[in-house]
Write a protein that binds this ligand. Structure first.
Ligand code: AKG
Length: 272
């Protein structure tokens, strides 16, 4: 098992793995993400945890996209992902996040600097313990991520300084991502790391690592990022199973109720 990144992850709060998925696989994954986007644009209704978010005519995100596409369902419990996260959170793993995030050329969507803890404690606090040690977010580059198309920006070492955290009013803001705010908090330019990724590269970060991303300024290049967030099952009693003793666990159909975040109600699971 590869463990050489553990020291870097502990120190920096994030790590990058190159070419976890091969180009041929990424071609198929890209096609699947595009089909999900077309479903959203065609007006497919949300069902249970599977939801589309459209703003200004652009599909911004699809949650539990794996419910719609078998290849995305395979990605979420792929053994290569487990190999990376197992040394951190073990091999009995539940999943709380399964998203596609697009930044389509022409859209103004950006993501304010935040730590994912804000999303986990929003209604999930009772269900999770030991958050800094039990939760890992992963992001697979579906499109290239480069300087001008809104790459993920991580703040190196911020997970050790949780008192120095901007509190965004809205994580999914359309505001320009404000680095000044980070400078005011005492971070330096060299701590602000843009992740430039090729399709198939994977980033991981912890729940206390500050991150965000600016809008896509490239007029042609899309930016689809595939987020999967996992939790050690010994520390969380919500979420879809991803692996049990290292064996991949398939998703149930999307109509089957499973609690993954705080503000859920019975209506969510009415099949539509
Ligand atoms: O899509 C992005 O750029 C940001 C993703 C993110 O902030 C998250 O998954 O927590």
């Amino acid at each position: 098992m590869q463990t050489d990144y553990l020291e870097e992850f502990e120190l920096d709060g994030y790590a990058v793995f190159r070419q976890v998925f091969k180009p041929q696989e990424m071609t198929e994954i890209h096609a699947a993400t595009e089909r999900v986007r077309q479903r959203a644009l065609a007006g497919q209704k949300s069902c249970g945890n599977a939801k589309f978010y459209i703003s200004d005519g652009y599909v911004r995100s699809a949650t539990w996209c794996a419910m719609y596409e078998p290849i995305l369902a395979e990605v979420r419990s792929d053994q290569r992902l487990l190999t990376i996260i197992e040394p951190l959170i073990g091999n009995n793993v539940r999943q709380l996040i399964n998203n596609l995030h697009w930044k389509t050329p022409g859209s103004t969507h950006s993501v304010a600097f935040h730590a994912d803890r804000i999303n986990r404690i929003n209604g999930q606090a009772q269900a999770i313990r030991n958050l800094p040690q039990s939760y890992i977010q992963t992001g697979l580059a579906v499109d290239p991520m480069q300087a001008d198309n809104g790459p993920l920006i991580v703040i190196r070492g911020s997970h050790k300084q949780i008192d120095k955290e901007p509190i965004p009013t809205s994580v999914y803001s359309d505001d320009v991502v404000m680095k000044d705010e980070l400078f005011d908090l005492g971070y330096h330019e060299e701590d602000i790391i843009e992740l430039h990724l090729e399709p198939g590269d994977l980033a991981i970060w912890g729940p206390d690592t500050l991150h965000g991303s600016a809008a896509n300024q490239n007029s042609e290049l899309d930016r689809c990022f595939h987020i999967n967030g996992y939790v050690n099952a010994y520390d969380c009693f919500m979420g879809y199973w991803a692996w049990i003793i290292g064996a991949s666990i398939s998703l149930p159909p999307k109509e089957v109720p499973e609690h993954v975040f705080g503000k859920q109600n019975f209506e969510m699971f009415e099949a539509k």
